[in-house]
Structures are given as structure tokens and as C-alpha cells.
Design a protein around this ligand. Structure first.
Ligand code: BTN
Length: 255
């Protein structure tokens, strides 16, 4: 079914958080669209289908037409020093929205995937364009598997959707409105103090304390996932000492 933007507007309680809402039945990528646009501050772009949806490491983000949420939010004049800490806020906002609407408790997979039953249902792609030494333009891109039941074979064993978990059709407009409202509630608080988001993120972070491997720059490193530091970096305890990663893809070896 087509995403209903009028319904979304009706459901959003914090009406002033967004400056503009745009909907596309089809687009290359909502992130690319905002990256190539001017005056993107607080602009929300939603698509029912992306022909070149992108994930981290330039991977494809594939999502059936009209079944899920694929959207991006533009933010301007964002303090550069806080960019790495967004990894604590955005998953938290999505977690709270899912908890409030469906009473589910997603876990976070470092850096910012969300899991249910240990399978991914939400991915986040944060892209930034540095304006000057102090501030940046941000594009926060989020994909949430809502009503899709079948996934390509290569990913089906590690991918899920809210409908698969709940056995119920998800009201996409209601979920997106909840996410915008929660973002609005937490935004100013986050800009003032990131620590509560840091601690919450760690409390939900899947695999801390476990044996993992991490793929970084085409190399695999193995060790204990010791912690996430205040900059959102992963600390890996290896036989030859501690290594710190600011990106990468982790796999849990031993639960
Ligand atoms: C990941 O898990 O690697 C991140 C996936 C992010 C996908 C979203 S869908 C909306 C926005 N537009 C894109 O092209 N990507 C993001």
C-alpha cells in the first residue's frame, strides 16, 4: 500500500520539529536526494521504493515496494564533535518507539543496527558534509523492515521484520510519527548531554563481553568485545593488546 503522508502529518504530535515532509513513490535513494539538495534542515524525505538504496560500506539496501520504511532526515549546522555520538541517540529513539508501540525491546548491534530475535530489522546510515571547522550538514538515513515477510536468500537467515515478529500488519505512518516525536523529545536533551544516551546504548549493545570478529578494511580481527567508548568506538581485547575501531562489521563467534 502507498505511504499516506496526510496520515503521517495527523499522527505527528510535535508538529514543529520538521520543516518539510516530502514523499516519493520511487527515488534512487532518499539519502542521495538530500545530499544533493540545498536547505535540508529538518526536511524529512520518505520513499516507497528506492532504486539505489544504500547501506554502510556502499552496500545495497533492498526493500520491497510499499512494505517498509525508508526515509532520511536532513540536519544543518550540527556540531562536528557530536557526530560520532549520534550512534547513541538514533538507535535509542528507534528502540523507544518500538517499545512504546509494540512492547518489544530491540538490541543494538554495533555500531547502529537494531535487532529483534538476534536478526536485523533496522539499519542506519549517517552521512555528513562538513561545512566548516565547527559544523556539518547531516543526512540521517533509516531503513526499517516493517511488513516484508520474504527476504533474499543471502540475508534471510539474519534478517527479520516487525510483521514477522508480531504477526500483525504494521501501521508505517504511526511508527514514523512516533520516531519523529521521540526524536523531537530527545534532540535538545542530546545536544546538551550525551551521557545518558551513551549508557543506554551500552546497556542494549549486543555482544559486549563476547568473543567476536570484526571485519575492518578487508581484514578480520578477533577478540573480546570489551566496550564501546564515549566516541562510539569499539574496543577489542586481542591476544596482542587492545585495538580500537571506529567502523567495521562484527560477527559474534561465541554467545
Ligand atoms: C545499513 O544497515 O547499512 C544502513 C542502511 C540504511 C538504509 C536507509 S533506507 C533510507 C536511506 N536511504 C538510503 O539509500 N539508505 C538509507
Amino acid at each position: 500500500m502507498k505511504f499516506d503522508i496526510a496520515k503521517l502529518r495527523k499522527y505527528i504530535e510535535h508538529k514543529n520539529f520538521l520543516k518539510r515532509i516530502e514523499y516519493f513513490e520511487e527515488i534512487d535513494s532518499t539519502n542521495t536526494y538530500l545530499k544533493n539538495s540545498n536547505e535540508i534542515d529538518r526536511r524529512l524525505v520518505i520513499a516507497d521504493f528506492q532504486t539505489s538504496g544504500r547501506g554502510r560500506f556502499n552496500r545495497k539496501w533492498i526493500s520491497n515496494k510499499g512494505e517498509n520504511l525508508t526515509f532520511s532526515l536532513g540536519i544543518e549546522k550540527f556540531e562536528i564533535g557530536l557526530i560520532t555520538k549520534l550512534v547513541f541517540l538514533i538507535p535509542t529513539v528507534i528502540h523507544n518507539s518500538i517499545k512504546e508501540l509494540y512492547d518489544l525491546e530491540p538490541e543494538f548491534k554495533w555500531p547502529n543496527d537494531l535487532l529483534l530475535d538476534k536478526k536485523k530489522f533496522c539499519g542506519i546510515l549517517i552521512e555528513n558534509i562538513i561545512d566548516n571547522q565547527k559544523s556539518a550538514k547531516l543526512v540521517l538515513g533509516i531503513g526499517i523492515n516493517c511488513n516484508q515477510l520474504d527476504f533474499p536468500d543471502e540475508i534471510s537467515y539474519r534478517t527479520t521484520s516487525l510483521k514477522k515478529i508480531l504477526n500483525n500488519e504494521i501501521n508505517r505512518e504511526k511508527l514514523l510519527a512516533k520516531i519523529i516525536d521521540n526524536l523531537s523529545i530527545h534532540w535538545e536533551q542530546f545536544l546538551r548531554d550525551q551521557m545518558q544516551y551513551y549508557y543506554f546504548y551500552k546497556s542494549k549493545c549486543f555482544s559486549i563481553g563476547k568473543l567476536i570478529s570484526i571485519l575492518f578494511n578487508e581484514k578480520i580481527f578477533t577478540g573480546i568485545f570489551k566496550d564501546v567508548n564515549e566516541n562510539g568506538e569499539l574496543i577489542l581485547q586481542t591476544n596482542s593488546g587492545e585495538l580500537i575501531f571506529n567502523s567495521g562489521e562484527i560477527t559474534t563467534i561465541k554467545e
